[in-house]
Every structure is written in structure tokens, then in C-alpha cells.
Write a protein of this length. Sequence first.
Length: 94
Amino acid sequence: MIDEKTVKKCAQLARIELKDEEVPRFQKELGKILEFAKTLDEINTDHLKPTLFATQNSNVMREDVVCPWQSPKDLLEQAPESFDGYFKVPRVIE
């Protein structure tokens, strides 16, 4: 079982405020988690290649295509609002 000091340190690192009466419950729960992790150590993975991802991911981006470029003036005319040659957007920082 995990000691009280370790549970409190884990809670502090996770920025979780634990009351003293909650510590025994988390000692048991974290102990169960570590016991489960030990069972994973027993699995033979010698035949598996190391991998960064659990599944094979590939980039699903569209093909780069050269398009005619519009002038800044034409682009600004399509914008909902513009000011002094720039796109005007709602303020997000006070």
C-alpha cells in the first residue's frame, strides 16, 4: 500500500486539494492502480517493435495546389469588417 506522504505529494503535484479523511481512500485506489500496472510488466513484449503511436496515423492533408492570388484589396473587400488595410476581428484580450 502507498504511504500517506506519497498520496499527499501526488495530490500536490496534481494540484488536487485532499482532506485528511480522503487520504486513506486514495491510498487504496492508487495501490490498486499500481497493482494493475505490475500485471502489465508481466506481459512479454520481446516480439513487438517499439512504437510511438498505438495506431498507424498518416497525414490527411489535401494536396498543395497553386492558385491565383488575390490582391489584399480584393481580400479585404470580402471581409465582414476591415480597418486601415487590416482585417478587423473581435477583441479577445482585455
